[in-house]
Design a protein around this ligand. Structure first.
Ligand code: R5P
Length: 294
């Protein structure tokens, strides 16, 4: 088996390779001056099982290069090409919200499924879809960071009240609250635009002495979390800690959340960011190992 890391995934590739006695392959990925992608596989892949490590945040630039990799590996004789994407992009447009919109989650899944043989990812945004199998036609394995997040909260936040800013966050919030036997609240969100949301007021009457911990899967523009932080502070709660699985932080999202008054901003290392404090590498390593033992 050979593992090929996209730029930024070299350490994870080394960790997987030492655990599974697999080789780390040489891969050059870069952009030409005109922004087209250049991909060169520098290791022999004939008759090998090949894994590409590549998160699909900023998918418009990365996905095409990942596809070039997969097809080239197959042309060069690789047996199978799997994708380990700690973050799976294009999951949120999971319906046609307005006439004429592309349901990009489904189209993107179709494209990835055409080029890769299997997929492992962490907490994809499964909301209207209950499973990746509804849109991905290749075998996939979904990992959950809830145990790692629960451990972090238990270690760092005394007397937490877990708060989900919208119904979509319920699956993570419920699992984490159950893990650490903490109370939780799920709020309602109305999305008015890419950077405009309306979050319902939390009911904190019974939780005055608790420390609020906001939990969501994706922090993108951070307006969802920022508005919830502001509500809590206005209601007299202590400054909340914000925990996200995936640190997308589009534009100045991180600064927006800091300025809203978050006490701490914590994310898992599925997308590299200074807020990464919860390491999920072992989860991925174990999953790859189990996948290969099946
Ligand atoms: C969608 O519902 C997700 O779970 C997040 O709530 C959403 O991605 C957050 O977006 P933003 O950070 O742009 O408010």
């Amino acid at each position: 088996m050979i593992i090929f890391p996209f730029p930024g995934y070299e350490i994870l590739a080394q960790k997987i390779s030492s655990k599974l006695s697999a080789k780390v392959g040489e891969l050059e990925v870069r952009e030409f001056p005109d922004k087209e992608s250049f991909v060169r596989i520098g290791s022999e892949v004939r008759d090998e099982d090949v894994i590409l490590l590549c998160g699909l945040e900023e998918p418009n630039s990365k996905a095409l290069a990942a596809i070039f990799f997969a097809d080239t590996a197959k042309e060069l004789g690789a047996k199978k090409v799997g994708l380990v994407a700690p973050y799976l992009g294009y999951m949120r447009q999971d319906t046609r919200f307005h006439n004429g919109e592309a349901v990009s989650s489904k189209i993107f899944a179709g494209i990835v499924s055409q080029h890769f043989d299997w997929l492992i990812t962490v907490d994809p945004h499964l909301h209207r879809y209950k499973s990746l199998d509804e849109i991905y036609s290749i075998p996939s394995l979904v990992l959950h960071a809830t145990e790692q997040i629960s451990k972090w909260i238990k270690l760092n936040i005394p007397n937490p009240l877990i708060i989900g800013p919208d119904q979509e966050s319920k699956q993570w919030v419920e699992a984490i609250a159950k893990h650490i036997s903490a109370p939780y609240e799920i709020l309602n969100k109305t999305r008015l635009g890419d950077e405009e949301v309306k979050i319902s007021l939390p009911n904190i009457r019974d939780y005055r002495g608790h420390i609020p911990v906001l939990v969501d899967d994706i922090i993108s523009t951070a307006h969802t979390m920022a508005q919830t932080v502001k509500h809590l502070i206005e209601l007299g709660m202590s400054a909340p800690t914000c925990v996200g699985v995936h640190a997308i932080f589009a534009k100045n999202g991180y600064e927006i959340l800091q300025q809203a008054g978050a006490a701490k901003i914590i994310t898992c290392n599925t997308v590299a960011h200074p807020s990464n404090a919860i390491d999920i590498d072992q989860l991925i390593i174990k999953a790859v190992e189990n996948f290969y033992e099946r």
